[in-house]
Ligand binder design. Structure first.
Ligand code: SF4
Ligand code: FES
Length: 259
């Protein structure tokens, strides 16, 4: 059979939790070629077999982070997973683990984003007044290429939740912030424009916080953007252990700025 005539079976998890429906799998045969992604195949199903299959997607180019699902058991982006590379005749699509389910492949990201918001994912810098009225009061922060490199990798996160879905600690403790929120904390701690470490450290230094991570590493294995959250968490732990020293540095900087 020529590659252009190849077909695979998509086995899709189905349920509607809003209606308390019990779950089952539906199977659909779809034509695929070398470049067909799992998202393409699911959209083919919606166009030609069953319009009611629930999926979430937007960009189709691994940028928006909305099409995460388990594909043959592994948290993956459907738009970034080519069927030819899976090398299987049956492709199983299931909702991400560790997220409350809504319908079919769609999960609820509220808890995930709550963890993200809690770490205050923006630059804190009390050396710059928030109520700037005159553009001449604007301050420019210069960063060397090395200083940008310190956090750049971690800024590539698209909040797709794959790491959160793969994390064994999140699976047993939903109050644990998870690899995304923790590695984003490191992204801001490592950014030398940010000078408020204590707020975020206090948020994470608690019973359900950063110390629950036991470095399974599954978060980094599934990240589609090369963020390496496990590395960020270990580096963040190091910063927290040396916090008093760093805090002194910040205090000196503040004092110098006031002179
Ligand atoms: S760290 Fe990677 S896997 Fe986790 S949310 Fe960000 S992009 Fe997705
Ligand atoms: S559709 Fe945007 S990441 Fe897949």
């Amino acid at each position: 059979m020529g590659e252009e005539n190849k077909k695979v079976v998509l086995k899709v998890f189905r349920t509607n939790y809003n209606k308390n429906e019990s779950s089952h799998y539906d199977e659909f045969e779809v034509p695929v070629n070398r470049w067909t992604t799992v998202l393409d195949a699911l959209l083919h199903v919606k166009s030609y077999s069953d319009t009611s299959v629930g999926i979430r997607y937007s960009c189709r180019m691994a940028s928006c982070g909305s099409c995460g699902m388990k594909i043959n058991g592994r948290p993956s982006l459907a738009c970034y997973t080519k069927i030819s590379e899976l090398n299987k005749d049956v492709i199983v699509c299931e909702p991400l683990s560790n997220f409350p389910r809504i319908r079919d492949l769609v999960t609820d990201f509220s808890q995930f984003f709550d963890h993200h918001k809690k770490i205050e994912p923006f630059i804190h810098n009390d050396l710059v007044p928030l109520d700037i009225k005159d553009k001449d009061d604007l301050v420019e922060f210069e960063q060397s290429p090395k200083e940008v490199d310190d956090y750049l990798q971690f800024s590539y996160c698209i909040k797709c939740g794959l790491c959160y879905s793969a994390c064994p600690t999140v699976a047993t403790d939903p109050s644990f912030p998870g690899p995304q929120a923790l590695s984003q904390t490191y992204r801001y701690i490592a950014d030398n424009r940010d000078n408020d470490k204590s707020t975020r450290f206090n948020i994470l230094d608690e019973r359900h916080g950063i110390w629950r991570c036991h470095f399974a590493g599954s978060c980094s294995a599934v990240c589609p953007k090369g963020v390496d959250p496990a590395l960020g968490i270990q580096l963040l732990k190091g910063h927290m252990m040396g916090f008093s020293k760093n805090d002194k540095k910040v205090a000196n900087l503040r004092a110098k700025n006031k002179e």
